[in-house]
Write a protein that binds this ligand. Structure first.
Ligand SMILES: Cc1cc2nc3c(=O)[nH]c(=O)nc-3n(C[C@H](O)[C@H](O)[C@H](O)COP(=O)(O)OP(=O)(O)OC[C@H]3O[C@@H](n4cnc5c(N)ncnc54)[C@H](O)[C@@H]3O)c2cc1C
Length: 385
């Protein structure tokens, strides 16, 4: 027989975003239940991510969300006694001539937010990551950017959530959601349980649209496959930080003794697909080798490659906050490939929304769901990459 639970908040999804939401909701004094389809945490996009974090964005909101999150990851061990694997290994943007003025404007904005960022000439950049500088005007370097361990970050937040009383239920796919007319909350069927909750947090990653559909709502999020290709171990002499060629979109970085690389496929179809796209690897190498000629000689290792999905929205920015038609439904989804780097702040703001009734500490209005319904989209958010 179905077991019934009652809680203040049901968080759907135990990826980095759901875990952060659960921890910060529970720490605000509310009861929280996390439900997750998979057998464990971080088995969706989170565990398949590239683990890179950066505060180098081109708009105030994304700079603020990322920079605050990086500092949270950096201070996690001090504040919670758990190392989430933050390493300030840096993040290098190689910027073509045409994009250079906009990049310098972005640097000025980042510095206004207190983000450490250096503008490098080509010799200085080449000393960090060897590359052919043709067509590149300069580079920017974020010394506090780097990596965080997606699994550690997620399990750390879930530990904090549990320590504050939250329950985490794996193998509990949500299959039905109904509005609770009596309370204004929700009745959620998840696995063999029925959970009555005052609030739903939609942290279902690339499945956020399907989850919302169960409740009769539209949330435009779609899976979009991304591939990471790997060299054999020991293929590079020295470790390389995250480096992006903004001209081609190719990125490279070391992980242990492997070199990892990739680039988004522009004609990638939507849909959940975590099989590695081998033909696309050949095209990425064609794009990458003129810029990083040493890639041509690297021994590749198919067993080290993987694919996962971004959780894309139409404008590639997240959806955050209460649904305009149902204020007890809170979206925290669609961060389109930057959910890991912003998860700490997303969780903090979702907790603020629920505990205080509104997000007031930062202006997140640009991330409202309503923007997709507007006749003309006037989003002031900028994408660096
Ligand atoms: C190859 C690749 C590289 C990336 N690189 C980076 C990077 O460098 N930096 C960065 O910040 N981000 C990166 N990302 C994106 C990042 O992984 C995501 O933005 C982030 O993980 C989103 O976290 P999430 O918790 O919202 O989603 P997920 O981790 O997908 O978690 C959502 C969870 O919800 C669960 N769920 C869904 N529907 C239901 C349901 N009906 N019932 C119960 N549970 C449900 C799913 O099972 C899943 O576990 C990358 C992604 C990929 C694939």
């Amino acid at each position: 027989m179905d077991e019934h639970l009652t809680t203040d908040v049901i968080v759907v999804g135990a990826g980095a975003v759901g875990a952060s939401c659960a921890a910060q909701i529970a720490r605000s004094g509310l009861d929280a239940v996390v439900v997750e389809s998979f057998d464990g945490p971080a088995e969706g996009s989170t565990g398949r991510s590239f683990a890179s974090i950066r505060a180098q964005w081109a708009d105030s909101l994304n700079i603020e969300l990322s920079w605050r999150s990086i500092q949270t990851y950096r201070d996690f061990a001090k504040n919670h006694g758990i190392d989430v694997g933050y390493r300030a290994s840096g993040y290098l943007f190689l910027v073509p001539d045409a994009a250079w003025p906009a990049q310098l404007d972005a640097v000025a904005m980042q510095r206004e937010h207190g983000v450490p960022v250096d503008v490098l000439d080509l010799p200085a950049a080449v000393r960090i990551t060897p590359f052919d500088p043709s067509g590149i005007a300069g580079a920017t370097w974020g010394p506090a950017d780097g990596v965080v361990d997606p699994h550690l970050a997620t399990t750390a937040y879930l530990s904090v959530a549990r320590a504050s009383g939250a329950r985490v239920l794996y193998r509990h796919p949500v299959r039905a959601i109904a509005a609770d007319q009596e309370t204004g909350g929700w009745i959620v069927e998840a696995g063999d349980r029925v959970v009555r909750a005052q609030y739903v947090v939609n942290a279902a990653g690339g499945w956020a649209g399907e989850l919302a559909e169960l409740a009769g709502m539209t949330v435009p999020v779609a899976h979009s496959r991304r591939n990471i290709y790997a060299s054999a171990p020991g293929a590079t002499a020295a470790p390389l930080p995250m480096t992006i060629d903004l001209g081609t979109g190719v990125f490279v970085r070391s992980e242990g003794s492997r070199l990892l690389f990739g680039a988004a496929r522009p004609d990638q179809d939507d849909g959940y697909d975590v099989s590695v796209d081998w033909p696309w690897m050949e095209r990425v190498l064609e794009l990458a080798v003129p810029r990083f000629p040493w890639l041509a000689d690297l021994p590749l290792d198919r067993s080290g490659c993987w694919a996962g999905t971004y959780e894309n929205t139409p404008d590639h920015h997240g959806i955050l906050g209460a649904d305009p038609t149902a204020p007890t439904w809170v979206n925290a989804c669609g961060f389109s490939g930057h959910g890991l780097m912003q998860a700490p702040e997303i969780g903090r703001l979702v907790a603020e929304q629920i505990a205080q009734g509104a997000i007031t500490s930062i202006d997140t209005s640009a991330l409202r769901l309503e923007r997709f319904a507007a006749a003309t989209q006037t989003n002031q958010l900028g994408l660096v990459f």
